[in-house]
Structures are given as structure tokens and as C-alpha cells.
Ligand binder design. Sequence first.
Ligand SMILES: Cc1cc2nc3c(=O)[nH]c(=O)nc-3n(C[C@H](O)[C@H](O)[C@H](O)COP(=O)(O)OP(=O)(O)OC[C@H]3O[C@@H](n4cnc5c(N)ncnc54)[C@H](O)[C@@H]3O)c2cc1C
Length: 128
Amino acid sequence: MISSIPKWMITLFGNKLSPNVTVIEITFLSLQIKKIRFQGDISEWDFSIGYASVIRVSETEFRNYTVAYHNKENGVFDIIFHIHGNGVGSKFIESLKVSDKLFISPPRGKKLYEQNEQQQSFLAMKPH
Ligand SMILES: Cc1cc2nc3c(=O)[nH]c(=O)nc-3n(C[C@H](O)[C@H](O)[C@H](O)COP(=O)(O)OP(=O)(O)OC[C@H]3O[C@@H](n4cnc5c(N)ncnc54)[C@H](O)[C@@H]3O)c2cc1C
């Protein structure tokens, strides 16, 4: 996944990367774990297990995050963030407050979840 996009390409995407969701609730599960509830039109979104959404964390930077809960009827979903203060993504998420608007992509990814398997585990690793 590309984590930054040149400005000319952003211009090409135009409104497709404009804010599409609003922060409606923030809960700190611990000092470094921030749970945010977002609201938007998620009626067409596919929340398959193992999928991730891309959040626009600066003018040209994007990061992957996993939806932890969703309710299509109310148009809300939650993401749980680790706030470590080292990167543009973490700093952006730390700055978010209720009523802020931002761009989050519909979840996407590979279909990894096998409904008929009794035990499955997923591990997201970041190459360094
Ligand atoms: C499929 C997928 C799903 C993901 N889901 C989530 C999710 O639900 N919640 C979530 O919080 N993150 C999730 N991530 C991680 C997220 O995408 C970012 O990689 C993470 O937030 C770091 O981005 P950054 O811009 O803050 O730091 P980067 O710009 O990536 O890194 C900058 C510096 O911060 C350091 N750093 C990066 N991560 C950490 C860390 N965790 N602790 C300490 N230092 C760190 C790096 O080593 C580097 O020195 C997911 C990643 C993937 C690939």
C-alpha cells in the first residue's frame, strides 16, 4: 500500500479524497489507546473481516486502520488507534476532536476470513 501520494495525483482525485465522515465521539481506553466513533454514509461499505480503511492523515499522506465496530443503520463505525506520537498518522489521530471532518476510505483488502474454519488469527505487520 502506498502511504503517500504526490500533490498532482491528489488534484487528479479531486473530491474523491474530500472529508466524508465526522468524529462524533472519543473515548480514551488508556493514555495511548484512543477509540473514535465516526459518522457518515457507510450504506455501501463492505466491512469484511480482515479489511482495512485508509485515512488521509495529511495533504499527501495516508495510513491503514481497521474498523473495530460498525452499525450501518445508524451510519457509525469505530476505530481503535494506538497513539505513539512518532509519526504523521499518530499525530493526526491524536489531534482529532469531536466535530472534525476527515477522509476515510471504505474498507478493502484480501478476503482472508474463512467462515467455516473454527480458529483463525490475523496479524498485521509493518515492514521497517
Ligand atoms: C492493514 C493495517 C491495519 C492497521 N490498523 C491499525 C489500527 O486499527 N489502529 C492503529 O493504531 N494502527 C493500525 N495500523 C497501523 C497504521 O497504519 C500506521 O502504520 C501507524 O499508525 C503508524 O503510522 P504513523 O504515520 O504514526 O507512523 P509512521 O510514519 O509509519 O512511522 C514513523 C515513526 O513512528 C514509528 N512507529 C510506527 N508505529 C509505531 C507504534 N505502533 N509504536 C511506536 N512507534 C511507532 C516508526 O517506527 C517510525 O519511526 C494498521 C496497519 C495496517 C497495515
